[in-house]
Design a protein. Structure first.
Ligand SMILES: Nc1nc2c(ncn2[C@@H]2O[C@H](COP(=O)(O)OP(=O)(O)OP(=O)(O)O)[C@@H](O)[C@H]2O)c(=O)[nH]1
Ligand SMILES: [Mg+2]
Length: 447
């Protein structure tokens, strides 16, 4: 992905902060210059870059870090927060309800392709979409739409002579829940296109008017978004071709500055190359700090127990909690995937210290461990050190497992405990890389 340029640039900026000896005016200015260079290379508008830098400078030099955060940590937090709001603040929500969507945009921006991507998006979420071909100006346009529709197996309406008649017919005949209207492109937003779009708007009464803007136009995205919005009114933006340009940062920042929300980003030519846009997630991914937001979401949906997680991370936990935690982590995907999402653990060499094979504990083993733990007395669960020969024999018998199974479980338990203690820097959640990560991403305090 060509966003790599922006990603590695920002990553270096964060690394720079992490490597600072002191956070004084000079150091801040050096980091800011670095950031400016990265953003300008990604074609972000100079004025926007300037505004962003002075906001960051103001905060880090004049505000006191919240308790528990060092100045350096606070700097990282500020940069992260500001970048997120710079690229859009909130995720562009999109609901799964019956609706009519009109796609508009200039020539070759990706309207027809994204009509197909959206249809697929709804279809994979259990809704019935239809595609309506309102581009009657370019003869091949409807064939293109038909081909796309055939591939993802959704109905097409594209037979009437004019865009208006096509829309009317589809509205009358279609029984699908989500109607996606493709429209004609132009070189520029001229009077003729504006009129046709206005007509379509009045006939369709769309719930969403999505402007498709290719990322490779960079900062020009802002002007385009503002012009289209003034003329026909848009409810959101799709930025297409994010996969193929170094200007993506410019396009995203510009689109966000236009006041319209970016709802989707297109990341390829295939009908599945569509992502819902969430600035937080996007930045986290870009800088490689782990998909923190994703971690939180997943943790929630898996019934993640924060108290238990805290104990685990502090290296204080019993076999009971160990087992519960393993179970909930399995719900979140593999433990190693989750660990990967935690900066300070991934790439720290810490992962290598985990017991071999532990990271993908299979269902089978989990069951065995459950039986073993169930056969233990409370004092044994609290302090496995007391589990010696006769106890091992008793537990093996009671749980229908072998003595080596029990030794293996205890060995794993101890080793994980040790690693977690190290990851916590011996100081548990208050300091250490895990604590820092949590604070940086707003997970401190509550946990
Ligand atoms: N790499 C990449 N290519 C894309 C993406 N979206 C669209 N394209 C390509 O861009 C070209 C134009 O896409 P279309 O969907 O035909 O654009 P359009 O806006 O309908 O064009 P007109 O109808 O002629 O105005 C096609 O070759 C697409 O395959 C994307 O997200 N990534
Ligand atoms: Mg088209």
């Amino acid at each position: 992905m060509v966003l790599d340029g922006l990603g590695s640039g920002l990553k270096n900026t964060f690394k720079r902060i992490a490597g600072l000896g002191v956070v004084d005016k000079e150091a801040v200015e050096m980091v800011i210059r670095d950031l400016q260079r990265v953003l300008l290379q990604s074609d972000v508008d100079v004025k926007l870059v300037f505004e962003l830098s002075s906001r960051i400078k103001e905060k880090i030099l004049k505000e006191k870090p919240p308790t528990g955060l060092t100045l350096k940590e606070y700097f990282i937090r500020i940069l992260y927060d500001e970048l997120v709001s710079f690229l859009g603040e909130e995720p562009g929500t999109f609901s799964l309800k019956p609706q009519k969507i009109l796609l508009i945009g200039l020539f070759a921006s990706g309207k027809t392709t994204h009509a197909g991507k959206l249809a697929k998006w709804f279809k994979t979420r259990g809704m019935g979409p239809a595609l309506i071909g309102c581009d009657v100006h370019r003869p091949a346009a409807r064939d293109q739409l038909r081909q796309i529709a055939a591939k993802i197996d959704v109905p097409v309406y594209a037979d009437e002579k004019t865009a208006e008649a096509t829309a009317k017919k589809a509205l009358k005949e279609s029984k699908e829940e989500v109607m996606i209207f493709d429209s004609a492109g132009r070189d520029a937003l001229d009077a003729e296109l504006a009129k046709e779009l206005k007509n379509l708007g009045e006939i369709i009464k769309p719930d969403e008017v999505l402007l498709v803007i290719p990322a490779d136009i960079g900062q020009a995205a802002r002007k385009q978004a503002e012009e289209f919005n003034k003329l026909v009114g848009i409810t959101g933006i799709i930025i297409s071709k994010m996969d193929g340009t170094a200007k993506a940062g410019g396009a995203l920042a510009a689109a966000s500055a236009s006041g319209a929300k970016v709802k989707f980003i297109g990341v390829g030519e295939k009908s599945s190359d569509l992502e819902q846009y969430d600035p937080k997630r996007f930045i986290s991914k870009l800088i490689g700090y782990g998909d923190i937001q994703g971690l939180i979401d997943k943790a929630k949906s898996a019934g993640f127990d924060e108290k238990a997680a805290k104990k685990i991370m502090e290296g204080k936990f019993t076999l009971n909690e160990f087992y519960e935690q393993l179970k909930s982590m399995q719900g979140m995907g593999s433990l190693s995937k989750m660990m990967d999402m935690i900066p300070g653990l991934s790439g720290s060499g810490m992962m290598k210290k985990m017991p071999a094979g532990f990271m993908d504990v299979q269902e089978e083993k989990m069951k065995k461990w459950k039986y073993i733990i169930d056969s233990m007395t409370e004092p044994e669960k609290e302090d496995p050190d007391i589990i010696k020969n006769t106890r091992i024999a008793r537990i093996a018998k009671g749980s229908g497992t072998s003595e080596s199974d029990i030794k293996e479980l205890i060995k794993n338990f101890k080793q994980v405990k040790k690693v977690m203690k190290m990851a916590g820097g011996g100081k548990g959640l208050k300091r250490g890389p895990l604590a820092r990560m949590m604070k940086q991403f707003g997970m401190g305090g509550g946990m």
